[in-house]
Design a protein. Structure first.
Length: 202
């Protein structure tokens, strides 16, 4: 038991140090029906400088919904300002999903990126927000990716610039609680207080 605990924490340390995303393994049930949703008729986030999407290009994805449906091979984009996933249908029209997306996998070149919602609220984030899953298990390492729009007044201009800024934070999810951590062993151990005494005995 103690060796298992040590191995889990060691994996978290290695993930923080290397900042590598590990592909999530899942048995995906496929539903062949077309996804239905609300069409997006207008451009999103106009008059801003910067990229609001995680990836500008469409990415293939596997998506799980709160009604139990599981779909794969969808063309999606992930908006990090609104924290919303949307998709392109076969007719080229872009839609929001009809049902709540609980988790999804982006099948990018070279690796899969796993995102999931339903985690405890922390730091102004709710259970509806998505976290990237770097390590999943009794001790999970998560990354919150988001983008914000900040306005700055340009000297000599009556119009403010609207700039997109990237924000990334790491969290440990353990024993039903979320703990914000830095990329250091000390920060991880601080978040794992219940495990700390056991680790010192190893």
């Amino acid at each position: 038991m103690m060796q298992t605990r040590y191995y889990i924490v060691l994996c978290v340390f290695m993930a923080i140090q290397a900042l590598l995303v590990r592909p999530a393994q899942a048995q995906i049930a496929i539903i062949a029906d077309e996804v239905s949703g609300r069409p997006i008729h207008s451009a999103m986030h106009t008059n801003v400088q910067g990229e609001p999407l995680l990836f500008k290009d469409w990415q293939k994805a596997t998506v799980h919904f709160d009604n139990g449906e599981k779909l794969k091979n969808l063309d999606v984009r992930y908006d990090l300002i609104d924290d919303v996933l949307f998709f392109k249908a076969a007719n080229g029209q872009v839609y929001y999903f009809k049902h709540k997306v609980t988790e999804f996998w982006l099948h990018t070149e070279g690796k899969d990126m796993h995102f999931k919602a339903g985690l405890p609220a922390v730091d102004g984030q709710s259970a509806s927000n998505y976290y990237e899953v770097l390590v999943e298990g009794p001790v999970s390492l998560l990354k919150m990716r988001k983008k914000t729009i900040q306005e700055s007044q340009v000297y000599g201009s009556s119009t403010a610039q609207r700039l997109i800024h990237d924000v990334e934070n790491l969290y440990i999810y353990v024993n039903g609680s979320m703990h914000k951590v830095k990329r250091s062993e000390k920060s991880v151990l601080s978040a794992l207080q219940p495990e700390r005494a056991a680790l010192k005995k190893l």
